[in-house]
Each structure stands twice: as C-alpha cells, then as structure tokens.
Design a binder for this molecule. Structure first.
Ligand code: BES
Ligand code: ZN
Length: 857
C-alpha cells in the first residue's frame, strides 16, 4: 500500500470545525466533528495530521456505538492513527477530535503574519495556506483532493478582531470572553481549499455581482490601495460566469491581502488570499507591469473558483488541470478586460520560459507521477503553469474558441462538486469537437519536450520537418540524475499554421504535422512564409537562412508575437549551438525600430545572458553593443511621455531606460535619471509611473553608499507594496562589495520578510557584480535559510545558480549539492544544473567568437 495515500475504508462527508486561535500565545485549540461513512468494519482509522497534538478522539460507528480511540501520530508519514478496541460497525458514523497546535511562522498550515500598523506598532494576525498538503497542520483530516466534504467552520476569537472564512457569517455571538463567528456550510470541496484569516482587518464596500458580494480585505490603513483589485475581481467574475456558463459556486467572494504569504495567491473558495503586491496597488502610481501583475493574479484565482474548486483533479499528478487552466483563463479574462494590454502577446514571455525548461533533457511531461507531498510541491512549476496554458491555447486555437468553450462547459457541468482527470477533459472536448483529442494532445501532456519545426525551401518545395528540440545533445550526468531511460521516438501532432506570401498576397494554411516530414509545392511567385502564424504553437521554428532573411526583410508585416517568436527561437537555436553567435547578434541589429515591449524583453534577456558569460575585459564593449541596439528606440520615444501615448509604449520607455541605465551603463542616461528622480522626489516634476522604477534601478546601479542607505530607508517606509519592491530589489543592484554583503546579510537577519528574501537572494546569484559573493553567502547560510524560509523558498532561491556561469562556479555548484545531498523535489535541481550547463557550454563554444564580435564596439 502507498504510505502516502489514505485508505477509503472510512470516508468523510462533513467537518464541523471549531477553532480558537490566540494571537498572544501564538497557539490554537480546536474541536471537530466529522461525519463519515464507514465502508468496512475496520478497527483503525487513518487520517492526516502533522505538528498538532490530539487530546481526545471518540468514534461513533454505524450502530451508534461510541468508542474512545487510542491516537498515535506518525510525524514522518504526516498521519494520525485512531486505534479502536472493537471493529466499527459499517454505515454512517461520526468522529469527535479535540486538538491543539501553534501558529507557526513558516507561512503554511495555520500561521501567523506580523506587520506594522499605521502608527508603527507591530501587530499579529493569523492566516492559512493549505495547498498542497498543509490542511493537516491545522486540523486532522483526509487531506487528499478526492476526499471532498462540506466544511462548517466556527472561529472563537478575541472580540477586538474579525475573521473571514470561505463562506458568509451565519451567526456572530458572544461566549464567555470570545466572539464566536459561525460560518455557513461550504459546498462540497477539497481540504486544501479551506481557509480562515483572523486579525484587525478592514474591508471595502462590497460590489454585487448578481447575488455575490465582492470585497477586498487588508490590514488597517491600506484600503486606499484596494480599488484596482476590486475592479478586476468584479470584471473577471462576470467574465467567468459567462464563459463557464455556470454561476459562481460560493455565497460571497472576499479577496484578502496578507502581509506574509509564501506564494503569490491562493484560490480558497470565497476567501482568496494574496501577498500584498499581488492585490493592493495605487493605480495612479503604478507601472503597467505592476498593474498587470495584480490583474493577472486576481483573474487567475477567480478562474480557479470553477477550475479547481468546483471541479478538482483527483490527485496531484493532475494539478495541471487546475493551474494550466487558471493561467489560460487568466489571459482570456484580462484580455477581455483590457484589450489594449495585448495580453496574449505578453504571454509570449511565459511561453518562452516554458520552452526553455522543456528543452532540457531533465524536463518532465506536464502530467507526471506524484506520491509524496514534496513531489506534489515540485509540480507547481513552469511546465504545469506555462507549458500547460500554452498547449491549452494551442488546442483552443486549433479547435476554435467556441467549440473549445463548449467542451469546457460540458466538462465542468458534468464533474461539478466532484473530481476529474485529464481523460475526462479530453472526452468532453472530443464530444464538443468531434475530433480525436487524445491523439492530438497526449504527446503534449504525457511526453516530455516539444518539437522544433524546421522550414526549408528545397527545389520547388517547402519542406517541414519535426524533431525534438534540446539544448544539449546528451543528458547531463551528475550524482542525482536518474539513469537515462530509453527516450521514446519524439513525434508530436503539431498544429502548424503557415502564412505564405506569394505574388504580393498572403494566405493562411493549416497543417497538422503528424509525420517527421511533409512537403508542399511552393506557390507561384513565392516570397516568404511564417510558420506558427499567430504564434500560438508550443514549438520552435527553425527557418533556413534564406527564409529567415526574407522575414527579417519584412518585419513590419509580422505580428508582434511573430517577431517575438522569431527572436526567441533564434536565440534558443544559438544557445543550442545551431546558430553562430555572430549571426544572432547581427539579427538583433535588425530590431532597432522595434516598438513592442515583449520583443524587447526577449532581445534584452539574451543580452543579459551574454553579460553573464563574457570575460570582464569585454564588458565595456558589451555595454556599447547594448547602447547601439537600444539607444535609437529610446531616442525615438523620448525620455518623457507624450500626449495620448498608450500604456504599453510608456512601459517600453521604462524598460529601455532601465536597460540603458544598467546593462548599457549609459552615463548620459544615468545622469538624466538622477535629474528626473530628483525632480520627482522634490515634487517639482512628477515622473511617469512606468519610468520611475527604471530610474530607481539605474540610480542603484550607478549608486554609492549614501544612495544605498537612502533606498534602504525608502524600502522600510514605503507606502505601497510596489514601492517597497522597487526599493528592495534596487538594493541588489549596488555594485560595491560592501553593499552586496549588507544586502545579503539582510536576507537572513529579519530585515527582509521571509516571503521575499529567497527571491532577493536569487536575484543576487544572477547578477554579475554580486554572484560570487552571493554564492559564498548562500553556501554558508544554507541551513539557516532552510530553517527561516517558507517551504518553496530554497527551491526558488536555488534557481539563481543558473546565473553562476563560469566553469569554476559550475563545478563548485555541483560539489556543493552533491556533498550536501540536497534534493529540491522532483527534477528541480537537475533542471537548474542543466540550465547552468547550457550557459557554460555556450560560453565555452562561443566565447572567442563573442569576444571577436564585440571588438568592433
Ligand atoms: N494554487 C496556487 C497557489 C499555490 C502555489 C499553492 C503553489 C501551493 C503551491 C495559485 O492559484 C497560484 O497559481 N498562484 C500563483 C499566481 C498565479 C497568478 C500564477 C503564485 O502563487 O505564484
Ligand atoms: Zn493557480
């Protein structure tokens, strides 16, 4: 029997849970009554529990006979065992359990969050985070997604406080000195979606969406930052009710900003929790990127109310059904809300991130076996989210949005209040489309990797070939790697959309590439071809040189996402050793007129990557190349916004200033940034919010100790979450070794919240000026960090090792992880090491050519 799965001999249907948290002693006590069905006459009951003490457990069996259970806790298996003297009679039974626990500081289970109130006094609140497997830290339960039940929560709290849970308040009474809030019954749902938050909370006036009141909650003094989040919450809720064709499954919708929060946000039904940056924002003072982040996260969590909460994957191997869908729906909703944001073009950046990881030998299929909780945790990665969302988008475009939506509606309706698997989704989409979905989709979901489609003109024919894309020819060998399995022949059903120009006219052709190769006759007067037209495909395209040259000559005829893919694929092919670096750098010179921020982000990303591999002596020349590529665009846009300019252009201006001010080390831009910043701070000349974050980064890059202390104070006293983040990350950019050391020290001394510290450390591992110090620091502080940070923290931080791109550092990284026998869950570490190898290999292969190319600058 699987030690991580509970038997189904006794199955819960309803939990009545009463909890009494004490925010001064940081403890809680609880009593729960669980209605169960006893299917077999067992004399033990297995449930999940960890770090809670059970004081008493009484079981009533199918014949109404009561027995006191002997309780043993197995902390390793995260289980408690209720042993009974007599076998239980089958039928409807009941458990009554009395227990106690502590409000921990690891941002999981039932935990405490500490913040300063408007007068600067430290305050404590309590919140929950249960996904994937931490409900068991708050109350004994069947903590697996398929054990759905009704939850009726009661919280007995200090009368000075308030509390929120998944449903509306059914009664609010006093008992002794406590305020007792009884919440209405929830729908039938999984344990990981239960939530309660207790503290001095404020909320906005609810906006009704049909029968559902929608409000934002936060700690006192921050309500002025709630309007934007509420707006997208309302808009996306309306959008999803319409799209899904099903009413919102809760009785109210609260969105809560929690000062300490491990993830970005969590889709607890009716009580969605967020970190503050993902919900609270001053719309007038925020950049486009900061606003989009809030809109994305809110829309994503709302999408889960149906996908995830109403219909839930049966087990964690199917987590992509939740996360990929929520990510896909997030794009649809945000795109419908603000079409001018061109959300699907920006999604190119996410798709590119997934293509990067999925090009590794150490990638995994989207759906992947999961047993232990740490394996479930490792599933929340770019493959689940971004690859998953990409292949859904590809399928949606292939079937047509209407047909796709019909299938989704049918799937949700059929499986509501229950669980489902990938095959159920395929079946519903198959009924809607009358197409063999598994044949098309299984390669994308159950096989690792993706194809590169080569496009070539051979004689009078256009030839398309597919083969798996990988950066390295061989899997990386290191101590932790599983023995290489025989890889199945790599072939996908690739929906290729071609846009062919011939005789001055364009036509679109759809090809389902099922074979290794197809050939088409070239049309008369052939001029050029875009494969992956519209850019929705999850594959790369490699044009022969002639075809690429034709496209580069008519860039203006390509959509932004097509230009994005052209650059991104060229860069990937370069990193894989299939295109010389000089050719790639020549290609970047063709984009001086580019005005799309996403295309710029891939161009700049590749230049950042080169900055990590060049010899220090070459750095001034790389800086000159960066200026050569970017300065014309900024000159054309101007440093200050123009009347009537759209938001994306303003954001691009900010991105270009940042690139020139930091990577380009442009002294004129740095001087201008200092002027603009001073004018802004003095109040004389406010700067566009899209530009301000770039100014802060630039000033840090060129800054001294005085500026560092100024920015640290601004971080400490920031009045919005976005402002706090800007100054926090600016601290990582000061080049002086002493300041690098100070910032590193702050990742473990309590000055930076543990929700942020791993990300700060990760950034420093990836910054050339800080990486060696950061790596030495991380090695030394690993155990401390492991103790302080929330559970995903180390994994996220360790991702920074992919910035340690020298052969010496790479060897040291291997040594460290091997000696310490560190496992980050799933294939995480292997993937980081392979990404590092890809970058070092690029350096080894192209270093000399790169240096020669840069000699021109
Ligand atoms: N369900 C997740 C939160 C989560 C992540 C819980 C990992 C446990 C482990 C939530 O829906 C989510 O996906 N949050 C994202 C933000 C989203 C906009 C991509 C996050 O936390 O980063
Ligand atoms: Zn999610």
């Amino acid at each position: 029997m699987d030690p991580y799965r509970l038997p189904r001999t006794v199955v819960p249907s309803r939990y009545d849970i009463r909890l009494e948290p004490d925010l001064t002693t940081l403890t809680f006590s609880g009593v729960e009554t669980i209605a169960v069905t006893i299917a077999e006459p067992v004399s033990e009951i297995l449930m999940n529990a960890v770090e809670i003490a059970v004081d008493e457990a009484v079981v009533t069996d199918g014949r109404g006979r009561e027995q006191r259970a002997t309780v043993t806790l197995d902390e390793g298996a995260e289980r408690c065992r209720l042993a009974l003297a007599e076998p239980l009679a089958t039928g409807a039974g009941r458990l009554r359990i009395v227990f106690r626990g502590t409000l921990n500081d690891k941002l999981r289970g039932f935990y405490r969050s500490v913040y300063k109130d408007p007068s600067g006094v430290s305050r404590t609140m309590a919140a929950t985070q249960f996904e994937a497997t931490d409900a068991r830290r708050a109350f004994p339960c069947w903590d697996e997604p398929a054990f759905k039940a009704v939850f009726a929560v009661t919280l007995a709290i200090d009368p000075a406080l308030t509390a929120v849970s998944n449903t509306r308040i059914a009664s609010d009474t006093r008992e002794g000195g406590r305020r007792v809030l009884r919440f209405a019954d929830s729908i039938v749902m999984s344990t990981y979606l239960v939530a309660f938050v207790v503290g001095e909370l404020e909320h906005t006036v609810p906006t009704p969406v049909g029968p559902t009141p929608v409000s934002i909650w936060c700690v006192p003094g921050k309500k002025r930052l709630a309007a934007f989040g509420q707006e997208i919450a309302v808009a996306s809720l309306r959008y999803f009710e319409d799209y899904y064709g099903l009413p919102y499954p809760g009785d109210k919708l609260d969105l809560l900003a929690i000062p300490d929060f491990a993830a970005g946000a969590m889709e607890n039904l009716g009580a969605i929790t967020f970190r503050e940056t993902a919900l609270l924002v001053d719309e007038q003072a925020a950049s486009h990127a900061e606003l989009q982040r809030v809109a994305d996260v809110v829309a994503h969590e709302n999408a889960h109310m149906w996908f995830g909460d109403l219909v839930t994957m049966s087990w964690w191997n199917g987590i992509w059904l939740n996360e990929a869908f929520a990510t896909f729906m997030e794009m649809l909703a945000v795109d419908a809300w603000k079409p001018e944001w061109q959300r699907w073009v920006a999604f190119g950046v996410s798709r590119a991130a997934a293509l990067s990881v999925d090009g590794l030998h150490s990638t995994r299929p989207i759906e992947f076996p999961v047993r232990a909780p740490r394996e479930a945790d490792a599933m929340f990665d770019v493959l689940t989210y971004e690859k998953g969302a990409s292949v859904l988008r590809m399928l949606e475009q292939y079937l047509g949005p209407e047909v796709f939506r019909t299938g989704v509606r049918e799937y949700l309706t059929r499986h509501r209040f229950a669980n489902a698997d990938t095959v159920d989704l395929w079946a519903a989409l198959g009924r809607a489309s009358q197409q063999p979905i598994p044949a098309v989709m299984d390669g994308w979901i159950f096989a690792p990797g993706y194809p590169v489609v080569s496009v070539a003109v051979e004689g009078r024919e256009l030839v398309l070939r597919q083969q798996r894309f990988t950066y390295l020819t061989e899997p990386l060998r290191w101590f932790g790697a599983a023995p290489a399995a025989a890889t199945p022949p790599a072939r996908w059903q690739v929906p290729v959309q071609l846009r062919v120009s011939a005789e001055g006219r364009e036509s679109v052709e759809r090809v389902l590439l099922t074979e290794p190769e197809v050939r088409r006759p070239l049309p008369a007067g052939f001029e050029s071809v875009v494969a992956n037209e519209g850019g929705h495909g999850f594959y790369r395209v490699r044009y022969d040189e002639g075809l690429r040259e034709r496209l580069l000559g008519r860039l203006a005829s390509l959509g932004a996402i097509e230009r994005f893919n052209l650059v991104n694929d060229a860069w990937a092919v370069t990193a894989a050793g299939l295109m010389p670096i000089a050719q790639y750098l020549d290609l970047t010179a063709r984009f001086r007129d580019e005005r799309d921020k996403n295309v710029w982000s891939v161009l700049l990303g590749s230049l950042h990557a080169l900055n990590r591999i060049i010899a220090p002596a070459d750095r001034p020349r790389l800086e000159a190349l960066v200026r050569d590529r970017t300065a014309p665009a900024l000159a054309a846009l101007g440093v200050t916004p123009r009347e009537g300019e759209d938001e994306l252009t303003r954001q691009l201006r900010g991105d270009l200033i940042r690139a020139l001010g930091t990577l380009g080390n442009d002294h004129a831009v740095q001087a201008r940034a200092a002027e603009l910043y001073a004018g802004h701070e003095g109040g004389a000349a406010p700067v566009d919010p899209n530009v301000l974050p770039a100014l802060i980064a630039t000033l840090a890059h060129a800054g001294d100790e005085g500026r560092y202390h100024e920015f640290f104070e601004r971080f400490r006293t920031a009045t919005t979450p976005q402002e706090e983040q800007r100054y926090l990350y600016a601290l990582t950019m000061f080049p002086q070794p002493l300041l690098v050391e100070q910032t590193l020290a702050r990742t473990v001394n309590g000055e930076i919240r543990t929700q942020d510290a791993p990300f700060v450390a990760r950034s420093m591992l990836m910054l050339v000026h800080a990486r060696e110090q950061a790596w030495a620091f991380v090695k030394k502080q690993w155990d401390t960090m492991d103790r302080l940070y929330p559970k995903h923290g180390l994994r996220r931080m360790a991702e920074g090792v992919i910035g340690l791109v020298t052969p010496e550092l790479e060897a040291d990284v291997h040594r460290f992880f091997q000696e310490r026998k560190i496992d980050l869950g799933g294939k995480t570490l292997e993937q980081y090491l392979e990404q590092l190898r890809v970058a070092v290999a690029l350096r080894e292969r192209e270093g000399a050519a790169l240096s020669a190319y840069l000699a021109r600058f």
